[in-house]
Design a protein around this ligand. Structure first.
Ligand code: PLP
Length: 377
């Protein structure tokens, strides 16, 4: 079955009890047991809920894994997955990882003596040389945020497999439609479902998928113990969002490529970062592991004045954090996602004061261009 069809027909599209063409929102915390000797499948919604299970099964199928898990946010998914490790374990992680992931590793998990080494993962030898005796996992994000740097997933996976190291991939920017790390040999995928999977800027949620039963059992213990589960209403919103994932992303990225190409021609623009553009570093590697460039691009203006004018005057777009919604979202990493990083360090990472990130929405291309044209001086 092709991916777009699987989004609609995956065994979770019809309610078995009633035939309803939408999984009901099982808004229940607990479940009546009819027989003292034979308890039913569900007992308490932290441990399992039918609406959540439909979502968890759907994402497991889409990522081609053994089992899926739904969490109360992308960070709850990432934090829960990282909690399968123990004091004394070491994890290699990409240096331009999502800010929240940077925070949980450096401010929280480090207190539990889980050690992290941050590397520029776009160079395989950096990953290889960071591996130590006690390295238990490699945590990757590709394309990265906000400069869309590409990590060679197959290369990193083969480095990890030599040493029995678990590979975890944050697949938020691509979604399972464009990139399926488990099929390339990764072990765990995490998502901020808040972004493309939800797709409508109306729900915060996280998903994780494990490739094997052994890893799934370890994550389930954390999900049930930690309890950072996603509520049934939000699970339903994600189930609904998933049905249009392909058609949304097809439209998002077609416009993103046109916008990136257009921006490249503007004399006020110094540089455009988008994996779909010729000359983007790692483009060939990206297209060997993903089927599209996605809908997020970044660009740098030549001056701070141009940057400020653009952000204050751009129309038909939200000026906000987050991405993946139906609306174009323009964000300013220096004061948003990367505000906590000291300026010098931030500039060294390439996140200058003139960098703008765009999550290209579903508005008509001509209108987006008109709005951009008016805001560029
Ligand atoms: C947004 C985001 C997260 C965090 O997800 P939340 O749902 O906001 O907790 C993690 N990784 C990436 C790549 C993200 O964009």
């Amino acid at each position: 079955m092709k991916f777009g069809t699987k989004l609609i027909h995956n065994g979770n599209e019809i309610d078995e009890e009633t035939g309803a063409l939408s999984i009901p929102i099982y808004q229940a915390s607990t479940f009546h047991q009819r027989d003292i000797d034979n308890f039913g499948k569900y007992d308490y919604s932290r441990s399992g809920n039918p609406t959540r299970e439909a979502l968890e099964d759907t994402i497991a199928q889409l990522e081609n894994g053994h089992r899926g898990f739904a969490f109360s946010s992308g960070m709850a998914a990432t934090s829960s997955v990282l909690s399968i490790f123990s004091a004394g374990d070491h994890i290699v992680i990409c240096e331009d990882v999502y800010g929240g992931t940077y925070r949980i590793t450096t401010k929280v998990l480090s207190r539990f003596n889980i050690e992290f080494t941050f590397v520029d993962a776009s160079k395989l030898e950096n990953i290889r040389s960071a591996i130590k005796e006690n390295t238990k996992a490699i945590f990757l994000e590709t394309p990265s945020n906000p400069l869309l740097k590409i990590t060679d997933l197959k290369g990193a996976i083969s480095v990890a497999k030599e040493k029995d190291i678990i590979v975890i991939v944050d697949n938020t920017f691509m979604s399972p439609y464009l990139q399926r790390p488990l099929e390339l040999g990764a072990d765990i995928v995490v998502h901020s479902a808040t972004k493309f999977i939800g797709g409508h800027s109306d729900v915060v949620g996280g998903l994780a998928v494990a490739k094997t039963k052994e890893l799934a059992d370890r994550i389930y213990i954390i999900q049930n113990s930690f309890g950072a589960i996603l509520g049934p209403q939000d699970c339903w919103l994600l189930l609904r969002g998933i049905k249009t994932l392909k058609i949304r992303l097809d439209a998002h990225q077609a416009t993103a490529l046109k916008l990136a190409t257009w921006l490249q021609e503007k004399e006020q623009v110094e540089k455009v970062y988008y994996p779909g553009l010729e000359g983007h570093i790692g483009k060939d590697i990206h297209f060997s592991q993903a089927s599209g460039a996605g809908a997020v691009l970044s660009f740098k203006f030549k001056t701070l004045e141009q940057t400020k004018y653009f952000l204050n005057n751009i129309e038909n777009a939200a000026f906000a954090v987050s991405l993946g919604g139906v609306e174009t979202i323009v964000s300013y990493p220096a004061k948003m996602s990367h505000a906590a990083i000291p300026r010098e360090e931030r500039e060294a990472l390439g996140v200058s004061d003139t960098l703008i990130r765009v999550s290209v929405g579903l508005e008509e291309y001509e209108d987006i261009i008109e709005s951009f044209e008016k805001a560029i001086i």
